[in-house]
Design a protein around this ligand. Sequence first.
Ligand SMILES: [Zn+2]
Length: 338
Amino acid sequence: MRATILNAPYDISLQEVPDPVIEAPTDAIVKVVASCVCGSDLWSYRGVNKVPEPRQIGHEFVGIVHEVGADVKSVRVGEFVVGPFFYSDNTCPNCRAGFTSVCVNVGGYTGCQAEYVRVPLADGTLLATPDFPSPEQVPDLLTLSDVMATGWHAAVSAGVKPGMTVVVVGDGAVGLCGVLAASELGAGRIIAMSRHAARQELARQFGATDIVVERGDDGVAAIHDMTSGIGADATLECVGTDASMRQAIASTRAGGTVGFVGVPHGIKVPVGEMFTRNVGLVGGAAPVRYYLPGLMQRVWAGKLQPGKVFDLTLPLSEVAEAYKAMDERRAIKVLLES
Ligand SMILES: [Zn+2]
């Protein structure tokens, strides 16, 4: 089969690799229908995360079950499935507590920007759609593999409740899905921090009531101006840098909570400020599998259309261009058709 290989920083190509095979009776092989490039893939693409040797890449996919191991019970060959970005057993104490991303048997895939992927612990990982989806539903379903579930986790972690004022830091696909999640959870006012016209427009479509273009101290000052000097009830940190985390914490009211889902890079949490103002920090890697049934129901009912975050669709053969477009911020998120 053909699979995406990250050879070295800024060097991505589609190459022929051996087809994945069932290695354990709990495995499934999924024929990938669509995958996508994640903001977190760019950390490796840019060489911020070291890439000592060429490797397959990609952790978001939807597809059709191609083959199952002898012990797989919950999905059948031919079913359309969504795959969370980690695999999990969905039975251990962490999974039962709602943290499938911290499953005692958690793991990552070999690489999903490919024609086929081997899914370990298929019963605890994959979720089949109620019926075979239409092509128009595929982008919405694909976001449930990561970005929509991650934005949802930011909003849930921040404790978003009806009527709240919510700030969203980060206008990537996760931040935009965070806006959508806050809206779905009933936030009264949603302030998206973005300086890109196309992203501002999508944020408004997803439910943002206000846009703040300033960043850093100026961004915080703008939030305080808009909230009578108090700050937001809940803030979603969807970037993962020190600057974005400081901005998120400083934008939050006394007693408010920051839900953080940006993969942290070089963050020094200002515990003193959090202590003084009683600001909480909750979040981490999203337990996608835990949220998947509820989110799939919302998407299937047409209540949520997070697939709008895909503003570029390319064939898998143009994966190198997909990474370039994401890296140069020409695209919010690129869908790859296998
Ligand atoms: Zn588990």
